[in-house]
Design a protein around this ligand. Structure first.
Ligand code: BG6
Length: 492
C-alpha cells in the first residue's frame, strides 16, 4: 500500500508473474523491435517478468542468440545492466514459416530451454505477423504439437494481432479455423487500445466510485463524443491500408471497444468473461445502421493527397475519416447519441471520450438562463497527455457575480512515477499471466462485424467527402448534428 500526496491507499490486483516462455514470431520485424521487446524489457526492470522466464524470437533471418541480442540492444535504450540481464533471457530460433521441420526444431529448442529451469513453464506464442499467415503458422504449430496443453495445468496460449477478418463471413471463417486448433481460452486477440491507461481507467472510474454511476445514463447525459484523431497519414502502410480503410482499421475494433467500456453495464465481477459478457451485450444493443439512413448517420472522408501517396491506387475510394452516430437501444442509453469519429491527417493527435451532460433544468442565476450555461463535461483523455478533465460551472473569483466553465484537470504525467506506459506492457503481462480481460473474445468480434458488415456492403454508395490535411476533417461531419445545437469538440 502506498500513500503520498496523491494516493490514499493504493492496492494492486496484480499477482506475481509466473515463469514462462514467450515465443515471438516475426521477431525481426518492426512491431517486435519497436514495441514488444522494449515493453518486455520494461516489465523485466519492474520485476514483472519472472527471473526464469525466457523469450524466444523466431523469424527467417539468420541470427544467433548473440547477433539477435545485438539487433535488439539499440532499441532498448542503453546499456543498463538490467537491459543486459533481460537480454540474457532472450534467445533466437531461425524458422521458415512454411517448413514443418523448423517447427519440430523449435519444439526441441523450447524443451531444452525449459529443462534448464527449475519450474514448469507456460508457453505464450505471439504472432507478430500479417494475419494472412495465421492459418499456415497455426496449422504447423498444431502439427508439431506446440499448441497441445500437457494437461497438468501448464498452458499454451496464442496472441494474435488484428485484423480478425474483413467482414462477418471472413471473420467467421478465421474463427472456425482458430477453434479447430485452439480453444477460446487459448486465444488472446489484441486490441492495443485496451492496454492504454485511460481506457483501463474507465472501469475503475465507473465501477469503483459511487459518484458517477447515478448520473451515467440517459437522464443526465446529453450525448457522448468519442474521437481518435491522428496527424499521421497512411505513411508506409498503403499496401495494407488502401484495402482496409478506416472503418475496418479503427471502428470495428478500437472505437467499439472504447465505446463498450464507456457504455456497458457493470459486470458481475472483474473476471474476464464477466467483463466481456457485458461488452457483447452492449455491442448487440447498438441499433443496426439502416440503408435508408446511412447518409444521416455516417460520414466518410478522404484527405486530399491520399491518392498521391506511394502505394495508393490513383482512383482509390478508401476512406481515411469516418464519423458515425450510434444509438444504443437499452434502458440506460435510450435516446443518447454516441458520436464517434476517427481520421488520419487531422489537426492534432488526440484520442478522447467526452461525456457531455444535459443542461440544468432551471437557472436561479438570472439573467443567465439554463440553456446558456455550458453543460458539465467529463473528458477522458486517452492520448496524448493521458488523464481526465471535468468542466463544471463555477463562480469566477472577484466581487462581481460572474460564472463560467471551470476545468478541473488531472494528468497522469503529474503523478510521481507518472512515466508513460506502453499499452503493450500491460497486454504482454496479462497474456503471460493468462488473464483474458483485456483481450477480445470471439463473440465480441462477431457482434462488431454484424454491426458494420451491412454498412460495408453499401460503402461505395456513400459519398466520399474530401478534407484538407491538418483540419478537423470534412465539414460534412457536422451533418450528424442536424436539428440539434450540438457541435464537435475541437481537435487541437
Ligand atoms: C492501429 C491502426 O491499430 O492503430 C493504425 O492500424 C493506427 O492505422 C493506430 O494508426 C493508432 O494507434 P495509436 O496507439 O497510435 O493511437
Amino acid at each position: 500500500m502506498l500513500e503520498n500526496n496523491y494516493w490514499r491507499g493504493n492496492f494492486c490486483v496484480e499477482v506475481n508473474p509466473a515463469p514462462g516462455t514467450l515465443v515471438i514470431f516475426g521477431a525481426s520485424g518492426d512491431l517486435a523491435k519497436r514495441k514488444l521487446f522494449p515493453a518486455l524489457c520494461h516489465l523485466y526492470r519492474r520485476g514483472l517478468l519472472h527471473e526464469e522466464s525466457r523469450i524466444v524470437g523466431c523469424a527467417r533471418t539468420d541470427y544467433s542468440d548473440a547477433t539477435f541480442r545485438d539487433h535488439l540492444r539499440g532499441e532498448l535504450n542503453g546499456n543498463c545492466s538490467e537491459c543486459e540481464r533481460f537480454l540474457d533471457r532472450v534467445h533466437y530460433q531461425r524458422l521458415d514459416y512454411g517448413v514443418p521441420a523448423d517447427y519440430t526444431a523449435l519444439s526441441r529448442r523450447l524443451d531444452e530451454l525449459e529443462s534448464s529451469g527449475e519450474l514448469p513453464a507456460n508457453r505464450t506464442i505471439y504472432l507478430a505477423m500479417p494475419a494472412a499467415l495465421y492459418p499456415a503458422i497455426i496449422g504447423e504449430l498444431s502439427r508439431a504439437g506446440l499448441l497441445t496443453e500437457p494437461g497438468d495445468g501448464r498452458w499454451r496460449h496464442v496472441v494474435l494481432e488484428k485484423p480478425f477478418g474483413r467482414d462477418s463471413a471472413s471473420a467467421e471463417e478465421l474463427d472456425r479455423f482458430l477453434h479447430s486448433h485452439l480453444h477460446e481460452d487459448q486465444i488472446y486477440r489484441i486490441d492495443h487500445y485496451l492496454g492504454k491507461e485511460t481506457v483501463q481507467n474507465i472501469m475503475m472510474l465507473r465501477f469503483a466510485n459511487l459518484i458517477f454511476e447515478p448520473v451515467w445514463n440517459a437522464h443526465y447525459i446529453d450525448h457522448v463524443q468519442l474521437t481518435v484523431a491522428e496527424t499521421l497519414g497512411v505513411e508506409h502502410r498503403a499496401g495494407y491500408y488502401d484495402h482496409v480503410g478506416l472503418l475496418r482499421d479503427m471502428f470495428q475494433n478500437h472505437m467499439l471497444e472504447m465505446l463498450a467500456m464507456a457504455a456497458m453495464e457493470m459486470p458481475g465481477s472483474f473476471s474476464p468473461d464477466a467483463v466481456r459478457d457485458e461488452k457483447v451485450k452492449l455491442i448487440e444493443s447498438i441499433r443496426p445502421f439502416r440503408r435508408e439512413t446511412f447518409a444521416e448517420d455516417i460520414v466518410r472522408g478522404q484527405y486530399q493527397g491520399y491518392r498521391q501517396e506511394p502505394g495508393v491506387a490513383p482512383d482509390s475510394r478508401t476512406e481515411t475519416f469516418v464519423a458515425a452516430k450510434i444509438m444504443i437501444d437499452n434502458w440506460r442509453w435510450k435516446g443518447v447519441p454516441f458520436y464517434l469519429r476517427s481520421g488520419k491527417k487531422l489537426a492534432a493527435r488526440r484520442s478522447e471520450i467526452a461525456i457531455v451532460f444535459k443542461n440544468i433544468p432551471h437557472s436561479i442565476f438570472a439573467p443567465i438562463r439554463a440553456e446558456e450555461m455550458q453543460p458539465d463535461t467529463l473528458v477522458l483523455r486517452v492520448q496524448p497527455d493521458e488523464g481526465m478533465e471535468l468542466t463544471i460551472q463555477a463562480k469566477q473569483p472577484g466581487p462581481k457575480l460572474c460564472m463560467g466553465g471551470l476545468t478541473l484537470n488531472f494528468r497522469y504525467s503529474d503523478l510521481p512515477g507518472g512515466e508513460q506506459f506502453e499499452a503493450y506492457e500491460r497486454l504482454l503481462l496479462d497474456a503471460m499471466l493468462g488473464d483474458q480481460t483485456l483481450f477480445i473474445r470471439s463473440d465480441v468480434i462477431a457482434a462488431s462485424w454484424r454491426l458494420f458488415t451491412p454498412v460495408l456492403e453499401h460503402w461505395d454508395a456513400l459519398p466520399l467527402a474530401e478534407y484538407s490535411p491538418g483540419t478537423q476533417g470534412p465539414d460534412e461531419a457536422m451533418r450528424l448534428f442536424a436539428g440539434t445545437q450540438r457541435e464537435w469538440r475541437e481537435i487541437r
